[in-house]
Design a binder for this molecule. Structure first.
Ligand code: CP3
Length: 341
């Protein structure tokens, strides 16, 4: 059905000619055509308008020989649907006028009908699939409950998410209530994405690495695992936990199809801690795309040789940075398509 199914074959652990490649945040500010649309429409308008979201999704696909597309959207559309009024502020990022800091506020957070509140995402999937014309798979995504809680409580981005952590440690019950509401909404949301035709879903736990291994179990993994359990009978589930090297072994015992790793982990460590049989995704340092195209090419080939071509998806270790030259992003992708074992 899908003409280039390298990404899906890697998720199944099948033998491939070369590993597939895509980049986290591949539809983003390093692309001049993205910046053109960005001049005209604010961030959540781009997310909420299916024609714009699908157009932005396919922009990098027109330019580069990528093996998967990821729907342009944001993890924060889920808390928005739950009645939490996120804005995207220029030069600040995600912003809440009224962050969630009390049990009463948690009580007021709703678990919505996703068809009523997030219909625009499902419409964007439909339009995107038309544009992709079965060439490559489309990935759907959501934030992890813990990472979403971080933004809901902190009210903005943060280096350490201290306020979010102290909320969890001081108001245990409210924290778990909020995490469960986010989990329930996310499960319904991702199930609907699968019904609409995405080929895999990825959970972004961008701030899991802020927690100790014990707290990670209690506040993050416990909820991610509910999502994995609910979705894995329906589709491939990939979990990317930034800074979560300490949890890789536990994660590898779950029903995920693949695990994402960041660049602070060596391929050998990642292979060893996940038992050598798990499909892994990553982990080029996004800042390394500032190296010359020749160096990028050499480093990507080394990375593939160290991870091994099978059970491996080439990616960055986190999202692409806005100031990366387009030709360097292209060198990264072409290094994979030109790799010879
Ligand atoms: O990967 C893709 O191409 C799909 C698109 C995607 C976006 N956000 C678009 C976006 C994905 C997968 C996300 C996920 C997301 N959003 C995460 C998890 C992944 C990660 O990077 O850790 C997080 C933590 C968010 C919340 C969020 N949205 C932040 C922290 C920011 C950056 C704010 C800033 O000004 O730098 C955003 C905005 C955002 N989401 C942009 C894009 C392309 C850039 C802002 C813009 O285009 O105006």
């Amino acid at each position: 059905m899908i003409k280039n199914d390298l990404y899906l074959r890697a998720l199944k652990g099948e033998t491939v000619e070369r590993p597939p490649v895509w980049m986290m945040r591949q539809a983003g500010r390093y692309l001049p055509e993205f910046m053109e649309i960005r001049k005209e429409y604010d961030f959540f308008t781009r997310c909420q308008t299916p024609e714009l979201a699908s157009e932005i999704t396919v922009q990098p696909i027109r330019r580069f020989p990528l093996d998967a597309a990821i729907l342009f959207s944001d993890i924060l559309v889920v808390p928005q649907a739950m009645g939490i009024d996120f804005k995207m502020k220029e030069n600040t990022g995600p912003w809440l006028d009224d962050p969630i800091r009390t049990a009463e506020q948690v009580q007021n957070v709703i678990v919505p009908d996703v068809n009523d509140t997030l219909g625009y995402v499902f419409d964007a999937i439909e339009l995107t699939l038309e544009k992709l014309d079965n060439e490559i798979p489309l990935i759907g995504f959501a934030g992890s409950p813990w990472t979403i809680l971080c933004y809901c409580v902190e009210g903005k981005g943060s280096k350490a998410f201290d306020i979010a952590k102290s909320f969890c440690f001081q108001q245990l019950e409210a924290a778990h209530q909020l995490l469960q509401k986010i989990t329930d909404t996310t499960i319904a949301y991702l199930k609907r994405k699968v019904e609409k035709g995405v080929s895999a879903v990825q959970i972004f736990d961008s701030w899991g690495g802020m927690l100790s291994p014990e707290d990670y179990q209690e506040f993050s993994w416990k909820y991610i695992d509910q999502i994995v359990e609910a979705l894995s009978p329906l589709t491939h589930v990939v979990v990317f936990g930034k800074g979560c090297w300490f949890a890789l072994e536990e994660m590898s015992r779950s029903k995920v199809s693949a695990l994402g790793v960041d660049w602070t982990v060596s391929p050998e460590f990642a292979r060893k801690t996940t038992g050598g049989k798990m499909t892994l995704q990553g982990n080029f340092d996004p800042a390394r795309l500032h190296s010359s195209p020749e160096t990028i090419r050499k480093m990507v080939h080394e990375m593939i040789n160290r991870f091994g071509k099978d059970q491996y998806i080439v990616n960055l270790g986190h999202g692409i940075l806005p100031n990366i030259p387009v030709e360097n992003a292209e060198a990264f992708i072409r290094a994979v398509t030109e790799w010879k074992g």
